[in-house]
Design a protein around this ligand. Structure first.
Ligand code: FE2
Length: 382
């Protein structure tokens, strides 16, 4: 596979081929972190303006008919090290239009930055990943990148992005008046997959990327009176990539994962956790711009200070913002979840501030799910 693919690809020199051969026998898969997420949406302009006005992203690039891409319009959004590409289609027969009809707006591509996109592609395909896009070079005045992609869960891709500077292919835009809310980097990206398929995807990330299991929650660990889910977190070992994978578990009523799978019509990205250095400031700003976050019940705070006595926050302000906190052996974390970002109950954001904790808020999940279920019940889907 390494040799035949190397022959197919152009500009693949002897050293790349040799490196691919060397890497294929190793356990580790060389990655640098998340590159970006590409969203496929119905109206890229309006989604970009929403993310700009409410979440403070700068719109730093544009690609569309005016720049030689007749079928799609894409905006490049950045804040801290978080990069989004927001893409819409110009025609009903573009694959994006079919994707949108089926799934609604969502994340098409969880793109991973790698030192060598050809080697990554060869290694991944050699280890059984389904190829989506052969390695190719994109080059313009802004820079040069080598891109390739494999299929992941559902209609989601993992692109491999080899670049030094910004993503090329976009006409640069100045956005001096965007007002960032303190978002720093993508902390984790969560997948929902069908009942019984979580372990297949765990095995996929082990086999293809050499990832390991970070945490394991069984269905007792995350269950409420009504619903349950199972979750396993795959990571690269250093923490730059963390990919929790959820599947529904048997409960008395339909779980939020079932609801997602029904409305997204299959597996996909459920939430994207964005790290902030100051959760209270980020959420205060978000609220002032009109985006609501989960309404955590009063009962959650009754035992919080006993559960985490060392939690160093302004308690009234923390409760007023309805934030969540958890602690593990490494320290604490503060987190909260936004409302759904689109009409379908599918994708949302988490804001997270880590103060040494490496977990995902396990202690919060029961309180969180009870709050989610109240929203789900209002929609008649519980
Ligand atoms: Fe999360």
């Amino acid at each position: 596979m390494v040799e035949s693919a190397a022959r197919r690809g152009h500009e693949v020199d002897q050293s790349t081929e040799q490196r691919a051969r060397d890497m294929a026998g190793r356990d580790d898969f060389p990655i640098k972190g998340f590159s970006h997420l590409e969203w496929w949406v119905g109206n890229a302009y309006q989604t970009s303006m929403f993310l700009r006005s409410v979440l403070g992203f700068s719109i730093t690039g544009y690609r569309g008919p005016e720049t030689g891409t007749p079928d799609t319009a894409s905006y490049l959004l950045q804040q801290g090290d978080v990069t989004f590409v927001i893409t819409g289609a110009m025609t009903p027969d573009h694959p994006l239009s079919r994707h949108l009809t089926l799934h609604g707006p969502g994340v098409r591509d969880v793109a991973i930055a790698v030192p060598d996109a050809r080697v990554a592609f060869e290694m991944a395909v050699d280890r059984g990943a389904e190829p989506a896009t052969e390695p190719h070079v994109v080059e313009d005045a802004q820079g040069r990148a080598v891109l390739s992609a494999i299929e992941a869960y559902g209609d989601t891709l993992h692109s491999f992005v080899e670049r030094d500077g910004d993503l090329p292919g976009f006409e640069t835009r100045a956005d001096a008046t965007a007002a960032p809310i303190g978002l720093q980097f993508i902390d984790h990206v969560v997948a929902n997959v069908e009942l019984g398929r979580m372990d297949e995807w765990v095995e996929f990330y082990e086999r293809v990327f050499g990832f390991t299991l970070l945490k394991h929650f069984d269905d007792d660990a995350i269950s409420t009176e009504y619903t349950a889910l199972m979750s396993k977190v795959m990571w690269d070992g250093s923490g730059i990539i963390k990919l929790p994978i959820n599947e529904p578990a048997e409960g008395l009523k339909r779980s939020q994962i079932d609801e997602y799978l029904d409305f997204y019509r299959g597996p996909g990205v459920q939430h994207i956790a964005l790290h902030t250095g100051d959760l209270m400031a980020t959420v205060t700003e978000t609220h002032s711009r009109g985006l609501t976050t989960l309404n955590v019940p009063d009962t959650y705070y009754e035992d919080l200070w006993e559960r985490i006595p060392a939690l160093d926050v302004d308690r009234d302000r923390f409760m007023g913002l309805r934030l969540l906190a958890d602690a593990d052996e490494g320290g604490q974390l503060l987190q909260i979840f936004t409302r759904m970002l689109q009409d379908r109950p599918t994708v949302f954001f988490e804001f997270i501030e880590r103060r040494g904790a490496t977990g995902f808020g396990k202690g919060n999940l029961k309180a969180l799910f009870e709050a989610i279920e109240r929203e789900q019940a209002k929609r008649g889907n519980l």
